[in-house]
Design a protein around this ligand. Structure first.
Ligand SMILES: Cc1cc2nc3c(=O)[nH]c(=O)nc-3n(C[C@H](O)[C@H](O)[C@H](O)COP(=O)(O)O)c2cc1C
Length: 221
């Protein structure tokens, strides 16, 4: 697949067909993704691939924690947003809720949608990316960004869709316990992966972008 086509085609998939993803396809994706650039070639990424009964257990445990009202304690907390950044976030939420038929007042449906993220969007498989706790977080986060995007793009080559998400790692101890990720690792991000369900309403979302002209300064050209 042409690289520009892949970049333009990639979008977050939040509804998947139940068909499993083969270990071979996942291996090929990771084999390609490790070619991603990293700071001084440190390659801070470590992958835990979960599927089947393990993923089912993770889904159940995450939802139980959420329903019990336990405060999330992610390994890398992300700050609240304000101004234009908040506006973009809210705009995405409005668009997703419209497609899913969720109104502002419908607390039950809003909660159900939230749970979906904690359930890894019911994907048949997920890739959890972690880093060693000895590493500097801002530097490693940059590198995790490069490998994450490469995984998402490479997946398209196998007709697979992805959703990169923090939600699945909001209760990192669930993943540590059920997927055997040691305490010495910081869990950074989850990637749900599977065959996109074209009928799932939220998959129709086309997230907006600021035109590059508005955010680019040209100097000497
Ligand atoms: C680091 C990161 C964390 C994200 N976390 C979530 C998440 O927790 N839940 C979710 O639904 N989407 C999450 N997303 C997906 C973004 O909402 C999505 O990439 C953005 O809206 C742009 O849409 P697109 O991926 O369809 O182009 C995350 C994306 C990134 C890069």
């Amino acid at each position: 697949m042409d690289v520009i086509e892949a970049i333009k085609l990639r979008k977050s998939i939040r509804g998947f067909k139940p068909a499993p993803v083969s270990k071979e396809a996942l291996s090929r994706i990771l084999d390609t993704a490790v070619r991603s650039p990293s700071t001084m070639n440190m390659q801070p990424w470590e992958f835990t691939v979960i599927a089947g009964e393990v993923l089912e257990k993770v889904r159940r445990a995450n939802v139980e924690m959420l329903e019990a009202g336990l405060p999330p304690n992610p390994d890398v907390p992300y700050p609240d947003t304000a101004g234009i950044y908040r506006e973009r976030r809210v705009s995405l939420g409005i668009h997703l809720f419209e497609l899913m038929g969720i109104t502002r007042e419908d607390k039950a449906k809003r909660m159900e949608w939230r749970k979906r993220g904690y359930r890894f969007f019911d994907a048949p498989a997920a890739i959890i990316i972690s880093i060693d706790r000895s590493l500097d977080v801002p530097t490693a986060m940059f590198d995790i960004g490069t490998v994450t995007q490469t995984i998402a793009l490479t997946a398209l080559n196998y007709d697979l869709g992805t959703c990169i998400h923090y939600q699945g790692a909001r209760y990192p101890d669930v993943l540590r316990k059920l997927a055997g990720i040691p305490e010495s690792k910081r869990i950074i991000i989850c990637i749900s992966i599977g065959y996109p369900d074209p009928e799932f309403p939220a998959n129709k979302v086309q997230s907006e972008r600021e035109p590059y002209q508005n955010i680019t300064t040209w100097c000497g050209i």
